[in-house]
Design a protein around this ligand. Structure first.
Ligand code: NDP
Length: 336
């Protein structure tokens, strides 16, 4: 069937599908950007499986709640941000045929490239183009619009999507290649994220057992060549204060690393499969809904000690023993 050009010459009605940790903020920044945009019409429609969340979004951000997928089909463009490609396929099967020919589907889920191409083929049969457009930046980046988007697709779809994506991915929009390329890059990005966290965690645990305080070690490393986003932010902000609340689920991280290993070819190496095994252990121990920074709990269990930030300057560091169960705050000692 001949491809139908996407409608790009007038403001398009957009429906955002999936108001989770990421979609909530992305739909809000999209809606605020739409007010000054010639590409996106106001109000932005929002649909969520649990309708009360879409109603709350509409009340807070001036979006319009689509109570059903049929109501979301009034849009020219769908932006989806769902857990995996399986949910995207299910929603697309119901919503895709209801969209008009010339419609556009921008999938911001961190999805699986092969599944994405299969979904796109079915949408194409209904005259709807699809681009993959996973994002990076976490819930805080979603709320502030400071996301990086990784796009894959054909030139017509990417050109049509770009002005819309730019409204919620204000940090950077990168064209990665054909359909599925964005999802492939995102999977590798997250595999690196998990790998950096895991390697830094192992290093800090070894140093803690030697009597080096994790905060002191991070201070040195963050002025040196071993630093990463994990040593600069996740370890000092989430792990050492025992917060473990970045906002990204362990199960979703395992999904991404599995895509990098099994779907993108990273399994041919040595390191990424090891990271995947570590994440499988972490999901088994902590549960898939736990924050991904609780990967460190699995490493702490193996090391027999925990990483805390309460060392006193100049004093030898005594790493507290690993205690099973929910992460605890170390009891404060009295004194100056
Ligand atoms: P959440 O678990 O917070 O939200 C999931 C969303 O999907 C909710 O809106 C949920 O609806 C909806 N949903 C779940 N199952 C279904 C279903 N069967 N049918 C329809 N809707 C469904 O996930 P995130 O927002 O964290 O992640 C979304 C995507 O973004 C994932 O692919 C993730 O890997 C990726 N991502 C996440 C980041 C993060 O830091 N959190 C960062 C970058 C990418 P309901 O409210 O009804 O449960």
């Amino acid at each position: 069937m001949a491809a139908v050009p996407c409608k790009i010459d007038e403001p398009r009605t957009v429906a955002f599908v999936g108001l989770g940790a990421m979609g909530w903020g992305m739909a809000a920044t999209l809606a605020s950007g739409a007010a000054d945009s010639t590409s996106v019409a106001s109000p932005v429609l929002v649909w969520n499986r649990t309708t009360s969340r879409a109603e709350a979004h509409a009340a807070e951000f001036g979006t319009a709640c689509a109570p059903t997928l049929a109501a979301a089909a009034a849009a020219d463009v769908i932006v989806s941000c769902l857990p995996t490609s399986a949910q995207v396929a299910a929603v697309a099967a119901e919503l895709g045929p209801r969209l008009g020919r010339g419609g556009l589907w921008i999938d911001c889920t961190s999805g699986e490239p092969t599944a994405t191409r299969a979904i796109a083929a079915k949408l194409a049969a209904a005259g709807v183009r699809m681009v993959d457009c996973p994002v990076s930046g976490g819930p805080a980046g979603a709320a502030s619009g400071q996301l990086t988007a990784m796009m894959g697709g054909d030139a017509d779809g990417v050109d049509a999507a770009r002005p819309i994506v730019a409204l919620f991915a204000r940090k950077k929009v990168v064209f990665c290649g054909g359909l599925g390329a964005g999802h492939a890059v995102k999977a590798v990005n997250n595999a690196l994220n998990a790998a950096h966290l895991a390697v830094a965690g192992e290093g800090l645990l070894a140093l803690a057992k030697l009597g080096v305080a994790p905060a002191a070690a991070l201070d040195a490393i963050n002025g040196s060549s071993g630093m990463s986003r994990q040593t600069l932010e996740r370890l000092p902000r989430e792990v050492l204060p025992r917060r473990f609340a970045y906002g990204f689920k362990l199960g979703l991280m395992l999904k991404d690393v599995s895509i990098a290993v099994d779907g993108v070819g990273g399994g041919e190496g040595r390191l990424l499969p090891a990271v995947k095994r570590l994440l499988e252990d972490a999901v088994a121990g902590e549960g898939g809904d736990a924050d991904y920074t609780r990967l460190l709990r699995t490493q702490e269990r193996a090391a027999g000690v925990e990483l805390h930030d309460d060392a006193r300057a100049g004093e030898p560091y005594a790493a507290p023993p690993y205690v099973p169960g929910p992460p605890r705050k170390r009891p404060k000692t009295s004194g100056p």
